[in-house]
Design a protein around this ligand. Structure first.
Ligand code: DC
Length: 230
C-alpha cells in the first residue's frame, strides 16, 4: 500500500473495565478519526441471537446473524452514542452486563469471529481509525501503526464498571461485578481463538491510579513519538 492510500490505525486492546472505551473514544475525537468499538459488535451478535430466539449454543445461527445484522453507530444531539440493531435502538441493552456476558460467550466461537472480520476491517477509513477491543492489534489490524494494551488492576476495573453502570441508571452490585469481571477475563484470555493478550509490539499502559486525561496523553505522546501526528 503506498503512503497516499495508507489509512493509519491505532489499536487499543485490553480487559473489561480497563477504560479502553473511554480512552479510545476520546483519542478518536481529538484526532478527528473514526472509532471501531468491536466489543459492541459481539454484544450485538448476542442480543440479535436472543431477539431471534436462537438456542444459546447455536454457533452457525449466531455466525449467520453476525454477517447479516444491520448495525448503525451514531450520536444524538448531545453527542451521546446511539446504537441501532436492525433499525431498533438498542443503546441501553448493548451496555448491560447481560449483553457483555453473552458477547464473551459468542466471541469464543471462531465462526462468529470470522463472520465479523470483514465488517471490522471496513471501519478503516480515512483520515484514520482508533480500534478498541481484545484482538485489534493481534488479529484484526496486525500491521497497525500504534498498538496500545491498556490494563488496570482487577479491583479498579470492577469499581470503574460499577460507577459507569450506576451513572447509566442500572442496578449494580460491586461484589457480583467483580466476580463477573474475573469470569470474563478468564474466558477471554484462555479461549483458543484470538485470546486476550498484548501484541508483542504493543505498548502496555497500566492505568491504575491514572486519570483519563493522563492515559489519553500517554497514548497521544506515543503516537507523536512515532510521527503519526504532531
Ligand atoms: O469490550 P466489551 O466489554 O464491550 O466486550 C464484550 C465482550 O466481547 C468481551 O467479553 C470479549 C468480547 N470481545 C472480543 O472477544 N473481541 C473483541 N475484539 C472485542 C470484544
Amino acid at each position: 500500500m503506498d503512503a497516499a492510500s495508507h489509512v493509519p490505525v491505532v489499536t487499543i486492546d485490553g480487559p473489561s473495565g480497563s477504560g479502553k472505551g473511554t480512552i479510545s473514544r476520546e483519542v478518536a475525537r481529538l484526532l478527528g478519526w473514526h472509532l471501531l468499538d468491536s466489543g459492541a459488535l459481539y454484544r450485538l451478535v448476542a442480543l440479535s441471537g436472543r431477539g431471534s430466539g436462537l438456542a444459546p449454543d447455536d454457533v452457525a445461527g449466531h455466525a449467520a446473524l453476525a454477517r447479516a445484522m444491520s448495525v448503525e453507530f451514531s450520536g444524538d444531539e448531545e453527542g451521546r452514542e446511539r446504537i441501532r440493531l436492525d433499525r431498533v435502538d438498542v443503546t441501553r441493552e448493548v451496555r448491560s452486563e447481560e449483553a457483555g456476558q453473552g458477547a464473551s460467550r459468542v466471541a469464543a466461537w471462531p465462526e462468529v469471529r470470522e463472520a465479523l472480520l470483514a465488517r471490522q476491517r471496513a471501519f478503516r477509513v480515512s483520515p484514520g481509525l482508533v480500534a478498541d477491543g481484545r484482538d485489534m492489534g493481534t488479529v484484526i489490524f496486525p500491521a497497525a501503526d500504534l498498538k496500545i494494551y491498556l490494563t488496570a488492576s482487577a479491583a479498579e476495573r470492577a469499581l470503574r464498571r460499577h460507577k459507569q453502570l450506576k451513572e447509566k441508571g442500572s442496578d449494580a452490585n460491586l461484589a457480583a461485578l467483580s466476580r463477573e469481571i474475573a469470569e470474563r477475563d478468564q474466558r477471554d484470555s484462555t479461549r483458543e481463538v484470538a485470546p486476550l493478550k498484548p501484541a508483542p509490539d504493543a505498548r502496555i499502559i497500566d492505568s491504575t491510579g491514572m486519570s483519563i486525561a493522563q492515559v489519553v496523553e500517554s497514548v497521544l505522546s506515543a503516537g507523536r513519538a512515532r510521527g503519526l501526528w504532531s
